[in-house]
Design a protein around this ligand. Structure first.
Ligand code: PEP
Ligand code: MN
Length: 360
């Protein structure tokens, strides 16, 4: 995805870009009242879902086409840009015809390559360079997310952004959708020019989590936030536990700390050199460890011993995790580091014992 163009050229992007508005457009009055509150607080991009993908039939599935006229009124009255969710070619055609300024693709849709291709084809047919924001698929699959954006890119769209809205997981958790930050971080490593927004409303699922999640995203230099805001959240027809009034949103935005990207990075450069050196040392140590593991592999082969001895692995894991915890590192982190190192040792030993590489 080369040559991406600024998503919203008329909006100041030296600061995080804020998109806000209700989960769903419900009535003309609710849309306009919310939009007025947001515009009064300086919000430049208004979101509202009019086609809502619901888990169960019978839930509120959005007002549909009627909402397009309300979005047009928002634009006319407040000057805000408007954005809505599209999930098929008909939505794309209708939204573009109604001059909606930006489209987003929901998490259930971006998980479906057929739907993504249908949307991409509709965009190509329309030939308009409208900004398209692609939410991560519901499941934590970075390639599926990237593939969804590539389809949009291949349709000729150059104003593409990603939205991190967390990943669904079975059972009850603190978050409605687990953030799994390493996935958007890896996305940004692979596509440094791609703007990535954070959606703290759908990650947290609760009003009180919006501020802390937003702060984390800003600390990681996300390009912006998309936050659900409703003039009367307790009476919202969808996602009411996570919507906040424009006033509360304004308060939160003022409490967020914007890290200054332009401050001198000299002392940072020195610290980064240290990190580079330590990483080199880590690599050398890992190489040393693998060599010993291979020697053990030869020994096991000569004595016809099995490669994996579960007792030893468990014991090693428990001791190292406990030490790491004492040092202030998270046990989960240490478990995944050790599991990865162990997996590679086993792979190398099996290659020695079998005389050929382990099938992936
Ligand atoms: C939404 O933005 O209201 C929405 C339906 O989000 P998601 O696709 O992330 O669930
Ligand atoms: Mn919602």
């Amino acid at each position: 995805m080369d040559n991406l163009q600024p998503l919203f050229p008329t909006v100041d992007s030296t600061k995080p870009i804020i998109i806000a508005g209700p989960c769903s457009a419900e009535t003309e009055q609710q849309v306009l009242e919310t939009a007025r509150g947001l515009a009064a607080n300086g919000i430049k991009i208004f979101r509202a879902g009019i086609w809502k993908p619901r888990t169960h039939p019978g839930g509120f599935e959005g007002v549909g086409e009627a909402g397009l006229a309300w979005l047009a009124k928002v634009k006319e009255e407040t000057g805000m840009l408007t954005a809505t969710e599209v999930a098929n070619s008909q939505h794309v055609a209708l939204a573009l015809e109604a001059r909606v300024d930006a489209l987003w693709i929901g998490a259930r849709t971006s998980a479906n390559p057929f739907a993504m291709q249908e949307i991409a084809d509709a965009l190509a047919a329309a030939g308009r360079d409208v900004p398209v924001l692609v939410k991560n698929p519901v499941n934590p699959d970075l390639e599926l997310w990237i593939g969804a954006m590539q389809r949009i890119y291949n349709a000729g769209i150059r104003r593409i952004g990603a939205i991190h809205r967390g990943f669904s997981a079975y059972g009850r958790h603190l978050y409605r959708n687990l953030p799994q930050w390493r996935i958007p971080i890896e996305l940004r490593r692979r596509f440094p020019e791609l703007p990535v927004f954070c959606d703290p409303s759908h990650i947290g699922g609760k009003r009180e989590l919006i501020a802390p999640i937003s702060q984390q995203a800003l600390d990681m230099s996300f390009s912006g936030l998309i936050i659900e805001s409703h003039c009367d959240p307790d009476c919202a027809w969808s996602d009411k536990t996570q919507q906040i009034t424009p006033e509360v949103l304004n308060f939160i935005l003022h409490t967020l700390v914007l890290r200054d990207k332009s401050t001198s990075t000299e002392s940072l450069a020195l610290l980064r050199q240290q990190i580079d050196r330590i990483d080199d040392e880590l690599l050398e140590l890992l190489d040393k460890r693998m060599r010993v593991a291979r020697e053990i592999g030869h020994y096991k082969q000569e004595h016809s011993m099995p490669v994996i001895q579960a007792g030893r692995y468990n014991d090693l894991m428990q001791r190292r995790v406990a030490t790491a915890e004492e040092m202030g590192m998270s046990p989960d982190f240490m478990r995944s580091v050790l599991a990865a190192i162990h997996e590679e040792s086993v792979r190398q030993q099996i290659e020695i014992v079998n005389g050929h590489p382990l099938e992936k």
